[in-house]
Design a protein around this ligand. Structure first.
Ligand SMILES: *Cc1c(COP(=O)(O)O)cnc(C)c1O
Length: 478
């Protein structure tokens, strides 16, 4: 076929053979890509510029070739930070569990409407079963419920909107909520989207261990009340983003109850560890939450775009989000099943439940628990091993699977150290600042990060530290 000869067009509605053929290419592509993750660089930008030119082309009127287009995608997907690979130890790795990827494809193929129960009651029941399981996992009482979202940010927004509606009514401008400097930005962002003035987000001092100081929170709440403000929400974190630290949830729960505040727990990262004995011990108190944000795309290894909001009382969530229109008049409630479109910001929504339901049933819950036990062990190993080196400072014992460290010396030296480590392109770490100081941050959470990768990471870090000390000595000797 020459270039100026038009390709036979592909109809929009594909026949069975074509579906099977394209599907085979797509699944082969996926299997190859997953197979290559072990040896693929942890970060790669070498072709990004050259590809950008190719990718900025608008679609043509004439049909393209599936395999050529897949090839373009393959090249594009190879650029950037390899978040699905075993060497990804930055931010929060998402394992991108392949069984969940397949579930997503199947869910989109079924393409039933799960915004209300009536249009797909059995699929809504599947999604509801995963939510009920999650509620039980966190120790929420019977009758608790929730909604599967795209991530913790949207879960947090709906939690905050429910709390505002329930505790403040229509005029929320004098409502105040309580976080620490270590709380994720999604809480303040949700408050802003929900129309609260920025100064209504009160930053409670944290202890030296980076946990919310419950006594200080009580004082702040009392002062705000005395000033005529209306405290309405206390946000605890079960695994902070910077250091993986868990706030003192039982104390915060007690304070919220005494003060009549909505108790929100951000377990976006830490939630999955509830499947482990150590995690349950650390997260004790979470069962008293009014709402919990949890990201299966973090600690259940799911692909990006999988979040969960759980609430003690779904009626409150419903009251804050439900809306009606004449065009919905044919739709009746289904007994015992939720209408997810009335529990969150979306009406039309993809059937996200299968991404959770299929892997949990296919692998079994124990497989997840064991994998998470392993991540806790590996993070503890990193902490222990780095702690043997007198040149490395580790001010905080990991509560979960995040290890924060720095070498003795200034921030600049530590920035250099991070750059040196990431330049190996075998592993990828990120950094954070605590108390105005720069720290390197290593998080073990990818389903693909096993002991061998963690040992390699330790070798790379040690080698970079050796080099760092050597070049410093050289500089000072000059
Ligand atoms: C990641 C994270 C969030 C935000 O979740 P998204 O899924 O990115 O929207 C909120 N809180 C904590 C503690 C997080 O780690």
């Amino acid at each position: 076929m020459t270039n100026n000869q038009a390709r036979p067009g592909l109809p929009l509605d594909l026949d069975r053979d074509t579906i099977a053929e394209l599907g085979r290419h797509a699944v082969d592509f996926m299997a190859d890509r997953i197979g290559e993750l072990e040896s693929a660089p942890a970060s790669d930008y070498r072709q990004a510029e050259q590809l950008a030119a190719l990718l900025l082309r608008p679609p043509g009127d004439d049909p393209g070739d599936f395999r050529e287009l897949l090839e373009t995608f393959r090249q594009a997907a190879g650029q950037g930070v390899n978040t699905a690979g075993p060497g990804y130890l930055a931010y929060f790795p998402a394992g991108g569990l392949v069984s969940s990827v397949l579930a997503e494809m199947l869910a989109q193929a079924a393409n039933r409407f799960t915004g209300v129960a009536q249009t797909a009651p059995a699929l809504v029941a599947m999604e509801q079963s995963v939510l009920a399981w999650s509620c039980e996992l966190f120790g929420l009482p019977a009758g608790a419920g929730g909604v599967v979202t795209t991530g913790a940010s949207l879960a947090t927004l709906s939690a905050l909107v429910a709390a505002r509606h329930d505790r403040l009514g229509d005029d929320a401008r004098d409502g105040t909520l309580y976080v620490t400097e270590h709380t994720h930005l999604s809480v303040a962002k949700a408050a802003r989207i929900a129309g609260l003035p920025a100064d209504r987000v009160r930053v409670v001092p944290a202890t030296a261990g980076l946990r919310m100081d419950a006594g200080a929170a009580a004082e702040l709440i009392a002062a705000d009340r005395a000033a005529g403000l209306r405290p309405f929400l206390l946000a605890g974190t079960a695994g902070t983003t910077s250091t993986g630290t868990v706030d003192p949830l039982p104390e915060l729960a007690r304070l919220a109850r005494t003060e009549g505040l909505w108790f929100h727990v951000d377990a976006a990262y830490g939630g999955g560890f509830q499947l482990t004995a150590r995690g349950r011990a650390r997260l004790a108190g979470i069962e008293q939450a009014d709402s919990i944000a949890f990201d299966p795309h973090k600690s259940l290894f799911m692909p990006y775009g999988t979040g969960v909001l759980l609430v003690r009382d779904p009626a409150v969530l419903h009251a804050a989000h439900a809306a009606d229109g004449q065009y919905l008049q044919d739709l009746d409630r289904v007994a015992d099943l939720p209408d997810f479109g009335h529990l969150g910001a979306e009406l039309t929504r993809e059937f996200r439940g299968l991404r959770l339901w299929l892997p949990l049933h296919l692998h079994g819950v124990r497989a997840f628990a064991e994998a998470l036990e392993e991540k806790l062990d590996l993070a503890a190993l990193v902490h222990r091993e780095l702690g043997r080196d007198p040149r490395v400072e580790l001010p905080w014992e990991p509560d979960l699977s995040v290890v924060v460290f720095r070498v003795r010396g200034g921030d600049e030296a530590n920035r250099d150290l991070l750059a040196r480590i990431n330049a190996t392109r075998r592993i990828y770490l990120s950094s954070t600042s605590v108390g105005g100081r720069f720290y390197l941050r290593l998080c073990v959470l990818s389903v693909r990060t096993r002991a061998s990768h963690v040992h390699e990471a330790l070798r790379i870090i040690r080698a970079a530290v050796d080099q760092h000390i050597w070049s410093n000595t050289e500089t000072s000797a000059r």
